[in-house]
Ligand binder design. Sequence first.
Ligand SMILES: Cc1ncc(COP(=O)(O)O)c(C=O)c1O
Length: 354
Amino acid sequence: MTRYWTDLARRLTPYVPGEQRGGANIVKLNTNENPYPPSPAVLNAIREVSGDTLRRYPDPDATALRESIAEYHGVQTEQVFVGNGSDEILAMAFMAFFTGDKPLQYPDISYSFYPVYCDLLNITSATVPLDEQYRLNLDSFTTDGGGIVFPNPNAPTAVDVELSAIQKLLSVARDQVVLVDEAYADFGATSAVELIDQHPNLLVSRTFSKGRSMAGMRLGVAIGDSNLISALKCVKDSFNSYPVDAIAQAAGIASLSDDDYYQHTIQQIIYTRTETVKLLEARNWKVLPSSANFVFASPADDNASAVFKYLSGEGILVRYWDRERLRKWLRISIGTDDEMSQFFAALDRFNAPK
Ligand SMILES: Cc1ncc(COP(=O)(O)O)c(C=O)c1O
């Protein structure tokens, strides 16, 4: 029943998040969550938040958190913006930079929230095809469009692009904002943050959800020229002055204070990823080179849909899209070694002679 809905609400096709099935025996490899908990420092900081802190509104500008992020990345506090997850930051950036007359450009295989925001915000868009190997060639973007957004590494392919290619794009696409979505950059891609001082058209979005194990907290970051950050603040203060609550602000600061912990868990995930790729290739799967905490892989028998259904029945959740160029592939998040063993045991049961 859409009787009271506006035309806008009626025509939306919302983003579909990965299934959040819970339960003791579920192995969740479908939403690229980190299999390890956040640092104990984060949990302590959350416990220490006082009633007095909660009674009050949080700092609308999250200044202390932005200072910590700026110090961590070697940038100025004015070059940092925070939001309720990087999804929210993407939405605000789309509002601030991409609602002009010319189309926003993004890869044809990419984060499926981009077209959803375009729909919501009435933004025209144009897609740029990945090549046969599912690589993104940044030369394919036109230099006079209405903006560019791409994830690095890309999702769901996990393939990254080199910093030199991004640098070249930024120089030739001077009149557009180039938004590099670095949700997964902690796992191997080179961050473009080091380019922000030379390129006033570069905005980098990052998140505490993946490398920092805080998807449940909802904390995202944008880093860019202070002029771009001011535009994001204008949008935020026209929508919700307090997107990052006091608990998330405290947890974010604590997370950055314990980097050794995260370097350790990230290295563990990279190690497990390497082992996972070897084991898939030993079963003749095709696996794209991954710089993320997931792999994009295609079963030898081209039966991704059947594998997906079987695994789901066994309580092993991975991601599958019944879409052109994607339907032969599965996106598998990297879990703990034990979770990956369960994944391979189920896969081998599926492949065992019946
Ligand atoms: C490419 C990409 N960007 C952004 C996000 C959003 O992350 P979050 O809102 O948790 O920061 C995701 C989440 O999976 C993602 O895959």
